[in-house]
Unconditional design. Structure first.
Length: 346
């Protein structure tokens, strides 16, 4: 009797029935036996305290599992923001001389994607931006007396979860009112992100991570919003197109898919600015990948990328529909008054 071929073992933090169904060729293993929680402390801006219990327990669980099983794991599957954060944080703390078969983005590169202020400092042509330390009265008063940005401007939390704490500030009175509210809720909102940064990041290199600051950005209007997909392999070779390459190179982003949101000014299509960089797939784009890339299975490509493959099965289907309705570059939206309305177009 022919012996069945042993399946490669692929690790994902949270149990996921969809991933199991989509990837029958692989043995999916999980350290958390429940699905990703729709409402977790990482997104809980109304927490009653700043307890780190959820995040501490999650990191400990992932760390314990990987230390015990990493030698048997052939690949990784990162689907959610929190999985990109936790996996990169834990693996980045492994001993440098410990050879790992799996490929993963460094925690610093994931942090630079997620942290709105430090991400802007790495962009070559950023939007006009500054920050306010909401715990510092002098800092707030100085900004009100001598605003670096003209009204209206965007005020955003540094590491967004579910798009919470984004505001269009129209005058100094509104700014004062929002800051008063943020002094109550922002420390709790930031608490778990600070915990992960203390666990895995060089805080001397990024001192603002320990402060409750909000980023201020110039108000953008009359623009299209484009979601741009791509990936970088373990050697740092970037598979996107032109204007998104620079930021990924400058933060040394490797071994992961990436979803980048961009502003494109309607009056000048050469005026393209980054909104944010998400260090993971947009899993809702599976149909776009399948149509645009000759039937590519996005989930299989994620796994192959983490295994160090250079051919991950994503080959442009140029002869048929690469730039058509289901192209990965075709998801465009507009933002009006802080609301995001997304539509698909050619």
């Amino acid at each position: 009797m022919e012996t069945s071929k042993k399946r490669a073992k692929i690790y994902k933090v949270f149990y996921d029935e969809e991933v199991i169904d989509q990837c029958p060729e692989y043995e999916m293993v999980f350290s958390e036996q429940k699905p990703h929680p729709e409402y977790s402390r990482l997104a809980n801006d109304a927490a009653k305290d700043t307890s780190m219990e959820y995040m501490r327990n999650l990191i400990t669980s992932v760390e314990t599992y990987l230390k015990k099983n990493i030698a048997d794991i052939n690949g990784l599957f990162i689907k959610h923001d929190i999985e990109a954060v936790i996996i990169s944080a834990v693996l980045s703390r492994f001993k440098r001389d410990e050879k790992l078969a799996v490929k993963y983005p460094s925690y610093e590169s994931v942090f630079l994607c997620n942290h709105k202020y430090y991400q802007r400092t790495r962009e070559r042509h950023p939007l006009h931006f500054s920050y306010i330390n909401i715990d510092n009265d002098d800092d707030v008063d100085q900004f009100i007396r001598n605003p670096i940005l003209k009204y209206p401007f965007f005020l955003k939390a540094l590491e967004l979860q579910r798009s919470l704490h984004q505001y269009i500030i129209k005058d100094c009175q509104q700014l004062k009112e929002i800051v008063s509210e943020l002094r109550i809720v922002l420390p709790n909102y930031n608490a778990e992100k600070k915990y992960v940064n203390e666990y895995a990041l060089d805080l001397q290199k990024y001192p603002l991570t320990s402060k409750n600051i909000m980023i201020c950005e110039e108000f953008i209007s009359d623009c299209l919003q484009l979601n741009w997909e791509g990936w970088a392999d373990h050697q740092g070779t970037i598979f996107t197109y032109g204007f998104t390459d620079e930021i990924l190179q400058d933060i040394s982003f490797k071994s992961s898919f990436v979803n980048i949101e961009l502003w494109i000014r309607k009056t000048n299509y050469d005026d393209i600015r980054i909104i944010e960089v998400n260090p993971r797939i947009a899993s809702s784009y599976q149909n776009q990948y399948r149509s645009s890339y000759r039937g590519a299975n996005l989930y299989h490509s994620i796994i192959k990328l983490s295994m160090g493959h250079t051919d991950i099965g994503v080959i442009p289907n140029i002869q048929t529909n690469f730039t058509g309705l289901y192209s990965c570059q075709s998801v465009i939206g507009t933002r009006c008054d802080g609301q995001n309305r997304t539509r698909k177009t050619n």
